[in-house]
Design a protein around this ligand. Structure first.
Ligand SMILES: [Zn+2]
Length: 326
């Protein structure tokens, strides 16, 4: 047979090693807990203000109970209609429910994530920047439990990690990783050539100010590489409000190519590239499995990675990778 997938990037992910068996159910439980806790942060529709462009007109995009996502009529950014000042990040991420969730979904699969995700991330960074690994001076903002940094550490690559959640910082430090809890604004200017934001940018309520600060920490020509959810994806088409990247009170901004370009322009950066690699089918089948008890991941294990590669090629995946350049 011809290699009809030679121009596709096919990821072989073992679902049972990436996520816990009760992934979907656990996600729902977490939602219930935060919805109760941050009820008072919900705003009325008339109080909408776009976190990217400041426009006050938005149309309803998606609704989960009384948690509303609005699409900005000016710039297209999708964001929840909540009072961001009433959601304290530090309190949220060190909350027992969040710790439990992160422990189950990330720490229990730490070695698997380190072995599969970390080398792929590094390879991607080297490809996108054209830098050699020994030239890297990398800052990983929101480094989580540090499985990516642990790989850089093994490879003797120069890096630093920053993390908001105290329990995660402690996990990193116990392993001897160069990780701190300080605000990124306190980092020295022009100290890095690559800043990575893996699943972080969507948590930021004022992305323009944030990227401006990151920019000041980069040398001229430096890169910011962000992995972010894509709400205009097959996963959302199939799952709607039940898509797991809709995380109430945590995911504040959902971008598309136009709003990413606007974000770059407002922050004094350019969009160097935009790629699509997702987990649409994986996430969808976690939901289906929860509904009818069939292990689709097992039954469809040959088809899922190839079909996902096709979805990625069509730019319909539920995750994007954007590279900004200074
Ligand atoms: Zn806007």
């Amino acid at each position: 047979m011809r290699d009809i997938f030679k121009d596709y990037k096919v990821f072989s992910i073992n679902p049972s090693k990436l996520r816990s068996p009760g992934f979907f159910r656990n996600m729902l439980e977490y939602r219930t807990a935060v919805m109760r806790r941050y009820r008072s942060a919900l705003k009325s529709r008339t109080e909408f203000s776009c976190p990217l462009c400041g426009a006050t007109k938005g149309r309803e995009f998606l609704k989960y109970k009384n948690y509303l996502l609005l699409e900005c009529s000016r710039c297209g950014l999708v964001s929840p209609n909540i009072d961001f000042s009433k959601v304290d990040g530090r309190e949220l991420y060190d909350d027992p429910a969040c710790i439990k969730d992160t422990t189950r979904e990330v720490l229990d699969n730490y070695q698997y994530r380190k072995q599969t995700y970390a080398p792929e991330r590094l390879q991607y960074i080297l490809e996108k920047t054209g830098l050699r690994s020994r030239a890297l001076r990398l800052l990983d903002v929101g480094c989580g439990p540090g499985y990516f940094l642990s790989h850089l550490h093994d490879k003797k690559i120069r890096y630093k990690g920053l993390e908001l959640a105290k329990f995660l910082v402690e996990i990193c430090q116990k392993q001897g990783l160069n990780v701190a809890m300080n605000d990124v604004a306190l980092e020295p200017d022009k100290a890095y050539n690559v800043i990575t934001l893996f699943d972080v940018l969507e948590h930021v309520a004022d992305p323009v100010s944030f990227l401006k600060i990151l920019k000041s920490k980069l040398v001229k020509g430096g890169y910011i590489i962000a992995y972010i959810p894509n709400i205009h994806s097959l996963a959302y088409q199939l799952m709607g409000q039940w898509q797991n990247t809709l995380v109430p009170f945590q995911h504040f901004c959902f971008y598309d190519p136009a709003s990413l370009k606007l974000l770059a322009r407002k922050s004094g950066l350019t969009v160097n590239s935009l790629d699509y690699y997702g987990l649409d089918l994986l996430d969808y089948f976690y939901m289906k499995q929860d509904q009818d008890g069939v292990n689709y991941h097992q039954k469809l294990s040959e088809a899922i990675p190839l079909l996902q590669a096709v979805i990625d090629k069509q730019k319909l995946s539920n995750h994007m990778r954007v590279v900004f350049k200074k």
